[in-house]
Write a protein that binds this ligand. Structure first.
Ligand code: ZN
Length: 246
């Protein structure tokens, strides 16, 4: 399969070729979850522990992101994806153990994300499963980090591999995974808006944020409601850290 996706004009109706986003085409905007169910999906049930709730959603999101990425991973190569990109030329940098920012190819970055997440959710001292084991005080910040990293993988899937996802018929599943993460984040404010803004246009297209912007009624483009420019200019990748230390 070709890698020339940026030149593709699928449907041809969403602007210039370089800005064309297949994932915003009406035909692929399925998410298979009614609006009401979306809220219920993430609403903390009475009597359930908040950390327990976060843990179960985090693990579910990890599984789904892993599943979708796994199906297209053969197309995500060091040569095809030399950078970990998101929409709008965003480039995510990896922070190594010493806190040094490094530019790595997308498959490497995603491997780090998956390895880190797998290791973390399997760690009994962080994600306790046994009776009497408790969540650490840093649990929420660890979850925020995982959610942010999973968001980067989702952003890369949309930016670089949506065509393959779509051809495999997995676009509704990816949309649902994105919807799930967004609903969870909207309910519990888990990641910063400078992270999520790269997919704001998709949030709008999928009707995921109408409550937030209902009042002004003017929020129809991919521009931040506060009028800020997205921090996406650089191709040197310096504006956006892939991993903010927590
Ligand atoms: Zn890739």
């Amino acid at each position: 399969m070709g890698k020339a996706r940026r030149k593709d004009k699928e449907g041809g109706e969403s602007g210039t070729s370089s800005d064309s986003k297949l994932y915003l085409e009406a035909a692929v905007l399925e998410r298979k979850l009614p609006e009401l169910d979306l809220k219920l999906l993430v609403e903390l049930p009475a009597g359930l522990d908040y950390n327990e709730w976060l843990a179960s959603h985090t693990m579910a999101l990890f599984d789904h992101v892993n599943l979708v990425y796994g199906t297209i991973s053969e197309f995500c190569t060091v040569t095809g994806c030399p950078d970990m990109t998101g929409p709008g030329q965003r480039v995510y940098l990896w922070f190594d153990e010493k806190g040094k920012k490094t530019r790595v190819a997308a498959p490497q970055y995603i491997d780090y994300v998956m390895t880190f997440t797998q290791k973390t959710v399997s760690d009994e001292t962080i994600f306790p499963t046994k009776y009497a084991n408790e969540f650490p005080s840093s649990f929420e910040s660890i979850v925020r980090k995982i959610i942010r990293l999973l968001f980067h993988v989702i952003a890369h899937l949309y930016a670089a591999h949506f065509k393959e996802v779509w051809l495999l018929g997995l676009h509704a599943h990816l949309n649902l995974t994105f919807t799930h993460l967004t609903a969870l984040h909207n309910r519990f404010s888990l990641i910063e808006s400078k992270e999520t803004e790269v997919l704001r246009d998709l949030e709008i297209a999928l009707h995921l944020c109408e409550d937030m912007y209902h009042e002004s009624g003017t929020y129809t483009s991919g521009i931040d409601p506060e009028g800020r420019e997205a921090e996406t200019k650089s191709n040197n990748g310096d504006t956006v850290g892939g991993e903010i230390k927590t």
